[in-house]
Design a protein around this ligand. Structure first.
Ligand SMILES: *Cc1c(COP(=O)(O)O)cnc(C)c1O
Ligand code: SF4
Length: 343
């Protein structure tokens, strides 16, 4: 059984003062909910920090709940069309476990509920009328909290109205609730896979301990079908903010046929300050990762700029200077040496 109260949680782990006092004022924006798959993993401090709430969430009042101003970019309800060629459809606010670092706190677990038939059809029709949209992210919340029937309906609608659009299936469920991926669900996905543009599976694994055998098996069911898997991690203080942990994560992801795609700087969302690292620490980690990882294993360290500014990639700059008079560039090498290069 999943856990949704501190009382239930205290039957499994001994709560700290910060954890006990999380809901003192009863005004939390993100509910406590932890799937039974995650409960035995809570003995790992890096997993615990991601799912067990803390009173620190309430001490952080500086930031807004919607730094990306996604609400302003919704042309159709639940559809965020912020980039010209791709859009995000917020299928539902529900998740199998709520991550304390969630960047979509204004929405996740908010009782808005799953999209209605009409909202799904309206989104698919909007996309069909905007041929510049090449990819749609089916996200939330977690799309796989929808019933098999609703997933079937949603995929049918998108395939009917915009078969040429790539669908990104965005989910944390492979990590937190792998038993969701039953034969029946996978056969629904297989049915729609052949009808149009490819599907991509977008996962969120933040720590190597999340790659349990069951999680890896759930992802493999997609990859075996021909659906590529990409991982988006969040850089989290006390969870994965060191090059060793992230190297191990990337190596494990590659062995599980998942390409490390993004490593996100935590957005300045209210309630998450204690889980964020500084950008300068992030850049140091990125530099170290580039030394340790192959190109295949290297995620892009990315900031999602506030007010809908969009994503930008951050990387240590290896260009030391360029000399206009001689037409030469001077570069730092990853190992700390230097080289000149002609224009
Ligand atoms: C991140 C994001 C996307 C996808 O961006 P990519 O860089 O292509 O992964 C699309 N729409 C919205 C609103 C997003 O936040
Ligand atoms: S699964 Fe995604 S949407 Fe749900 S709580 Fe975690 S980060 Fe937020």
């Amino acid at each position: 059984m999943a856990i949704s109260t501190l009382e239930e949680l205290s039957e499994h782990i001994t709560l700290t003062e910060d954890e006990k006092n999380w809901d003192k004022n009863g005004d939390n924006t993100l509910p406590l909910f932890i799937s039974d798959h995650i409960i035995p993993l809570l003995s790992n401090p890096s997993i615990r920090r991601q799912f067990v709430p803390s009173a620190k969430e309430n001490e952080d009042n500086e930031c807004t709940l919607d730094p990306q101003m996604e609400e302003k970019h919704q042309n159709v309800i639940r559809l965020v069309h912020r980039y010209r060629n791709r859009a995000a459809f917020l299928t539902t606010d529900r998740c199998f476990a709520y991550c304390r670092h969630c960047f979509r706190r204004r929405f996740s677990g908010s009782e808005i509920g799953p999209a209605s038939d009409k909202e799904i059809s309206d989104a698919a029709i909007y996309i069909s009328k905007h041929p510049e949209i090449k990819e749609v992210l089916l996200t939330g919340g977690d799309m796989f909290t929808l019933s098999d029937e609703r997933i079937d309906f949603m995929l049918s609608e998108f395939r009917k109205h915009c078969p040429g659009v790539i669908l990104r299936l965005c989910t944390r469920a492979v990590a937190v609730y792998p038993e969701r991926f039953t034969d029946n669900l996978m056969s629904i996905i297989r049915k729609h896979l052949r009808e149009g543009a490819p599907f991509y599976l977008m996962t969120q694994f933040n720590h190597p301990a999340e790659l349990t055998d069951d999680a890896v098996k759930a992802v493999a069911a997609f990859v075996d079908m021909g659906i590529p898997a990409m991982n988006q991690s969040v850089l989290l203080k006390g969870v994965n903010d060191d090059a060793g942990t992230l190297t191990e994560l990337s190596e494990k992801l590659l062995l599980s046929r998942i390409k490390p795609y993004y490593l996100f700087q935590g957005d300045p969302v209210r309630g998450t300050a204690h889980l964020r690292t500084s950008v300068s620490d992030g850049l140091e980690i990125e530099k170290e990762l580039r030394k340790r990882l192959s190109g295949l294993g290297m995620p892009q360290y990315t900031i999602d700029l506030p007010k809908g500014g969009g994503k930008v990639i951050l990387t240590h700059s290896y260009l030391i200077c360029s000399d206009e008079s001689t037409g030469k560039y001077i570069f730092e090498t990853p190992e700390g040496g230097s080289r000149t290069y002609p224009e």
